[in-house]
Design a protein around this ligand. Structure first.
Ligand code: CMX
Length: 134
């Protein structure tokens, strides 16, 4: 069902403040920034081999990332696994009794379709299914 780790999401207070560490000090390839209105975040994507790092900055106090930052401070927010058929992956998880945040795919960064498994169903790790848009 899962093909690889697509990206690791990291919650940050400011993309401008966090980017230099990843892009300049660690030397990751910077793929650009994008606002994902539906998720109330602005994201910066960086490539590491076949996976990506997604820096997440909240755009509103109601953003799930704002709530996370308030509670935990900056740090690893979610793990995103790539799938070829997101509807089938959601159906499989639901039929196995998992609690989904999203029972239907939503729009993620770079035209991907995404769905989150609730952290209470995934041993405390917010888990994203991600079907790339290309
Ligand atoms: N990782 C692990 N646990 C998390 C978590 C995270 N990122 N976010 C919340 N939780 C835990 C909380 O610690 C809390 O646990 P306790 O009850 O033990 O204290 C529980 O989940 C409920 O958390 P909450 O703070 O009360 O927040 P909500 O229930 O309102 O929301 C969640 C939690 C996961 C449903 C919500 O954050 C969500 O819908 N997330 C998915 C969407 C998202 O994160 N989008 C941003 C990224 C977008 C992108 O990649 O494009």
């Amino acid at each position: 069902m899962l093909t690889k780790i697509n990206h690791i999401g990291i919650a940050v207070k400011s993309l401008n403040d966090a980017l230099p560490f990843y892009r300049d000090q660690l030397g990751m390839a910077f793929l650009g920034t994008e606002e994902v209105a539906e998720q109330k975040v602005r994201v910066a994507m960086l490539q590491v081999g076949e996976s990506k790092i997604e820096l997440l900055e909240p755009t509103s106090e109601e953003s799930p990332v704002a709530k996370f930052l308030e509670k935990n401070g900056p740090g690893i927010h979610h793990l995103a696994y790539e799938v070829n058929d997101i509807e089938a992956a959601i159906a499989k998880l639901l039929s196995d009794g998992a609690r989904m945040v999203d029972e239907k795919p939503r729009k993620g960064a770079h035209g991907a379709r995404i769905a989150f498994v609730h952290p209470k169903s995934s041993v405390g790790v917010l888990t994203e299914l991600c079907q790339p848009g290309h």
